[in-house]
Unconditional design. Structure first.
Length: 326
C-alpha cells in the first residue's frame, strides 16, 4: 500500500516508516521539520517538506504519490506547554488535523491511523485503563487528541472514512537508525541516560511518597519498535472497519526508581538523583491495557523488557552523541 506518514521525521514516526518499509509498503514522509529531523527519514521513503495547514502542498503530495492510507503522527505533545499555550495545541492538533482530513477527502483517501494518547482518559478511576473507560482529559493536550478522535467518528459516518486510533503513553527505546532527540527533553528514560552520560548533573524524582511499591510513580513504557508494529497492523484493518486501541505494557508498569536502577545496571555508571516535590496532576499509576489489540490484531510486543528498552536507548545515544547531525 502507498502510505503517507505525517510527522515521519519525528521520533516515533521515523520508526513507523522503518516498519512500514520492512513490510513492503511504499512510504511518503510529509513533515515540516518543525520538530523532526531530515536525517531520521529512511532513504527508501519519499520526503515532502510541508505543513499540514498548507492545503495545496498536502493535496499535491497525496495526489502525486497516489496515497492510499495516512498514518498521522504530526502533533504537539507536551502536557505542561499545552496548559500554558492551549491556542498552539488547538491549532496544531485540531485545526491542522482537520485540514488533513479535508485534503484526504478531496483526494479520495479514506484510510487513517491516528497516533492518539491515553491522556484522553484524564485521571482514570481504575487501572489498567480500558478502551471502554470514560474519557475526561485534564489538559489541552489530551483534549485536542480527543477532539480529533471525535471528528474521525463523525467523518466515518458522513464520508466513509476508516480509522484506527491508538492510545498510548510513553514510547521509549531506539532502533539502530533512529532514536529520541527532543529540545527540550522531557521524557524520563533519555533524561536518566543523559545523567549517566554526564550531560545532566542529576535526574530529578518528582515525589517519592506515592502509594506505589517504592513510593515513585508507575508508568507504561513501550518500546518504539513494538509501538510502530501496532501502527502497521492497524493499517491492515482499514479496508473493513474502524477501531480504537490502547497500547500498554501489559503488566505492572515500571516505577521511576526501577527505571533509574535499570539504567545504572545497563550503563555501569552512577546516576545522581535529587528529590523534587510532586508535580500537580501526576497520578500515582498510569497503565493502559492492551488486551483488545492483542486479541483482535495479534499484536505481541517483543521488546517489552525494561532492560531491553533502556539498553537500546543507551546504544543509540552512544552511537549518536550529537543526535542527528544536520
Amino acid at each position: 500500500m502507498r502510505v503517507l506518514v505525517t510527522g515521519g521525521a519525528g521520533y516515533i514516526g521515523s520508526v513507523v516508516v522503518e516498519e512500514l518499509l520492512r513490510d513492503g509498503h511504499t512510504v511518503v514522509v510529509y513533515d515540516s521539520l518543525y520538530k523532526g529531523h531530515r536525517g531520521a527519514v529512511a532513504p527508501e521513503a519519499a520526503f515532502v517538506w510541508g505543513d499540514l495547514l498548507d492545503g495545496a502542498a498536502l493535496r499535491g503530495a497525496l495526489r502525486a504519490h497516489g496515497v492510499e492510507a495516512v498514518v498521522h503522527m504530526a502533533a504537539d505533545s507536551l502536557v505542561g506547554e499545552s496548559v500554558q499555550d492551549p491556542a498552539k495545541y488547538y491549532r496544531n492538533n485540531v485545526v491542522a488535523g482537520l485540514a488533513l482530513l479535508e485534503a484526504m477527502r478531496e483526494c479520495g483517501v479514506a484510510r487513517l491511523v491516528f497516533s492518539s494518547t491515553a491522556a484522553v482518559y484524564g485521571e482514570p478511576a481504575k487501572q489498567p485503563i480500558e478502551e471502554t473507560d470514560p474519557t475526561a482529559p485534564t489538559n489541552p493536550y489530551g483534549d485536542t487528541k480527543l477532539a480529533f478522535e471525535r471528528a474521525l467518528d463523525w467523518y466515518e459516518g458522513a464520508y466513509g472514512l476508516r480509522y484506527a486510533s491508538l492510545r498510548y503513553f510513553n514510547a521509549a527505546g531506539a532502533t539502530a537508525l533512529n532514536g529520541e532527540v527532543h529540545d527540550p527533553e522531557t521524557h524520563l528514560i533519555p533524561l536518566v541516560l543523559q545523567a549517566a552520560a554526564g550531560r545532566l548533573p542529576a535526574v530529578t524524582v518528582f515525589g517519592d511518597d506515592y502509594p506505589t511499591r517504592d513510593g515513585t510513580c508507575v508508568r507504561d513504557y513501550i518500546h518504539v519498535v513494538d509501538l510502530a508494529r501496532a501502527h502497521v497492523l492497524a493499517v491492515g484493518i482499514l479496508d473493513t472497519r474502524s477501531a480504537i486501541y490502547n497500547l500498554g505494557c501489559g503488566g505492572a508498569g515500571y516505577t521511576v526508581r526501577e527505571v533509574i536502577e535499570t539504567a545504572r545496571a545497563v550503563t555501569g555508571r552512577e546516576i545522581p538523583v535529587r528529590r523534587g516535590p510532586r508535580r500537580a496532576g501526576d497520578p500515582a499509576v498510569l497503565i493502559a491495557s492492551s488486551a483488545r489489540i492483542r486479541a483482535e490484531l495479534g499484536w505481541q510486543p517483543a521488546r517489552q523488557d525494561l532492560r531491553t528498552i533502556v539498553a537500546d536507548t543507551w546504544a543509540w545515544m552512544q552511537a549518536h552523541p550529537d543526535g542527528y547531525a544536520e
